[in-house]
Design a protein around this ligand. Structure first.
Ligand SMILES: Cc1cc2nc3c(=O)[nH]c(=O)nc-3n(C[C@H](O)[C@H](O)[C@H](O)COP(=O)(O)O)c2cc1C
Length: 180
């Protein structure tokens, strides 16, 4: 399509395309059409308490140096724990880990790690057994942006197991389907 055709299309519109005023619920629903994986980020406090939160804000950021990012909502009771920790693990969940995802997303469960199989990494923090991929990260950078704390991790150790990922899309859990 030539530039002149685009300009013509634009001129032919009665009103400008798109919405410039929207409620955050509308934006949230729209963002939900972007499918993501699901992970549980974990760490251990200085006094030995294990902490974990389900996230889908995880993303890769850089390969050289190896950096990843995720974000935690400002009102999380674990904000200071993650902001100040030395290391955290990103545990990427498999398609059969829906219960684990719900468990670590439920603030009413006092000890989210009860009956959850974990191992302790050489850095001294918990990692979930059975995660299809685990990244142990050094807490590299944190920044309060909008209503979330942006966390950047320097990947120091990785491990993986075979398995298909759990997927989150339009507010619901799903799995990958074969293209045909
Ligand atoms: C699929 C899914 C993805 C989520 N992603 C995030 C996220 O990226 N950041 C976040 O702060 N909360 C996220 N949440 C919500 C937290 O898991 C939930 O608020 C949890 O209670 C936080 O734990 P805490 O209250 O013990 O800190 C997500 C929940 C689900 C079910």
């Amino acid at each position: 399509m030539s530039m002149s055709m685009i300009a013509e299309d634009t001129l032919m519109c009665d009103s400008p395309w798109g919405h410039t005023e929207f409620e955050s619920k509308t934006l949230r629903n729209l963002l939900g059409c972007y499918p993501t994986g699901v992970a549980v980020v974990t760490t251990r406090t200085a006094d030995g308490r294990d902490v974990g939160v389900t996230i889908n804000s995880f993303a890769s950021l850089s390969l050289d140096p190896p950096l990843v990012l995720w974000s935690l909502v400002n009102h999380s009771p674990n904000l200071a724990v993650f902001r100040d920790c030395q290391h955290f693990t990103i545990n990427i969940l498999g398609k059969d880990h829906q219960e684990l995802a719900m468990r670590f997303a439920n603030p009413r469960i006092e000890n989210k790690f009860e009956d959850v199989a974990i191992h302790i990494t050489p850095e001294g923090i918990p990692a979930l057994h059975g995660a299809i991929a685990t990244l142990v990260c050094e807490n590299h950078k944190q920044d309060h942006i909008g209503d979330h704390l942006l966390m950047v991790g320097h990947v120091r150790r990785i491990g993986s197991e075979t398995g298909k990922p759990l997927v989150f899309h339009s507010g619901a859990f799903t799995a990958l389907h074969e293209a045909r």
